[in-house]
Ligand binder design. Structure first.
Ligand SMILES: NC(=O)c1ccc[n+]([C@@H]2O[C@H](COP(=O)([O-])OP(=O)(O)OC[C@H]3O[C@@H](n4cnc5c(N)ncnc54)[C@H](OP(=O)(O)O)[C@@H]3O)[C@@H](O)[C@H]2O)c1
Length: 243
C-alpha cells in the first residue's frame, strides 16, 4: 500500500467505547489509515478484543465514570503504544425518559459519561499532546440542537459537548485541534422501530447512516487541514436541514 493511502502511519490513536458500533467503525478505519489504535471498552471485552485484532491495535479496559480510571487508561495506552497523537471521545450513553420522570440517577447516568468523562478525557489527552501537538474529535449528536422531549438529559449533555468542542478548540490552540462529529440516525440493528423508520423517511438522503459514514468524517479531521478547529460537523444525511 502506498504511503498516501496510510496518512496516519505510526500515529497513536485512542478511541473510547470502541468495541462495537460507531467506535468499532472508527477504529477499523484508523487502522486502515495506518494508526496504532487503542480500543477502549468498559464491559464489551470480547468485542473489543476482536475490534483490536481487526484493526491491528490493542484493547484497554476502563470505567470512565471512575475519575481515577481516566488518567490510568491514558497512562496504560502511552506505556503500551507510545505518545498519543489522536483522541476520539466516542463513549456515550442514551436513555429514554419522560421529562417529569427523570431522576437524579438518570441525569448522572447520562452526564457522568457524555459530558463529565468527555471533558476529563479530553483534558487528559491535551496534557499529553500539549508539547508534540495532536488532534481530538468528540462525538456529539443531532440531539445537541434538537429538543427531543424524551431525552432531556441526553440533549443537554450533547449541547454541552458542542460548547466543550468550541472552548477546548480555542483554549488548546495552536498545538491541538478539537472538532466534533454530530451523527444523525446511525443504524446497526436489522429491524427499525417505527420512530427510526419515520426519521429515515424524512432524512433527505433517504437512508440511515452507517458506522463507516461516521468513521470517514472523524478520520477526515485527522487527515485534513490542521487549520480546522472548533467545528461541529453534522453527518446526518441532511436531517438537520429540515425545517
Ligand atoms: N448511534 C447513533 O445513531 C448516534 C447518534 C447520535 C450520536 N451518537 C453518539 O456517537 C457515539 C457512539 O454511538 P454508539 O451508538 O455507537 O454508542 P453506544 O453503543 O451507545 O456506546 C458506545 C460505548 O460507550 C461505552 N460506555 C458507556 N458507558 C461507559 C462508561 N461508564 N465507561 C466507559 N465506556 C462506556 C460502552 O462500552 P462497553 O460496551 O464496552 O461497555 C459502549 O459500547 C456516542 O457518543 C453517541 O452519543 C450516536
Amino acid at each position: 500500500m502506498k504511503v498516501a493511502d496510510r496518512p496516519l502511519e505510526g500515529k497513536v490513536a485512542l478511541v473510547t467505547g470502541a468495541a462495537c458500533r460507531i467506535g468499532r467503525s472508527v477504529s477499523l478505519r484508523l487502522g486502515r489509515l495506518g494508526a496504532r489504535v487503542a480500543v477502549h471498552y468498559k464491559t464489551s471485552a470480547a468485542e473489543a478484543f476482536e475490534t483490536a485484532e481487526l484493526c491491528g491495535g490493542k484493547s484497554f479496559q476502563a470505567d470512565l465514570e471512575d475519575f481515577s480510571a481516566i488518567g490510568q487508561l491514558f497512562e496504560e495506552v502511552e506505556s503500551s503504544l507510545g505518545p498519543l497523537d489522536l483522541f476520539v471521545n466516542n463513549a456515550g450513553r442514551y436513555r429514554e425518559v419522560d421529562i417529569l420522570k427523570v431522576t437524579e440517577e438518570d441525569w448522572d447516568f447520562i452526564h457522568n459519561v457524555n459530558l463529565k468523562a468527555a471533558f476529563f478525557c479530553c483534558q487528559e489527552a491535551a496534557k499529553r499532546m500539549r508539547d508534540r501537538g495532536g488532534r481530538i474529535v468528540i462525538l456529539s449528536s443531532l440531539g445537541a440542537t434538537r429538543p427531543w422531549t424524551q431525552h432531556a438529559p441526553y440533549c443537554a449533555s450533547k449541547a454541552g459537548v458542542a460548547m466543550l468542542t468550541r472552548v477546548l478548540a480555542k483554549g488548546l490552540a495552536p498545538k491541538i485541534t478539537v472538532n466534533s462529529v454530530a451523527p444523525g440516525v446511525i443504524h446497526f440493528e436489522n429491524d427499525m422501530s417505527p420512530h427510526v423508520e419515520h426519521l429515515v423517511a424524512v432524512t433527505p438522503m433517504r437512508r440511515p447512516g452507517c458506522g463507516e459514514d461516521i468513521a470517514e468524517a472523524v478520520c477526515g479531521f485527522f487527515t485534513g487541514s490542521s487549520f480546522i478547529t472548533g467545528q461541529i460537523l453534522a453527518v446526518d444525511g441532511g436531517l438537520s436541514q429540515r425545517a
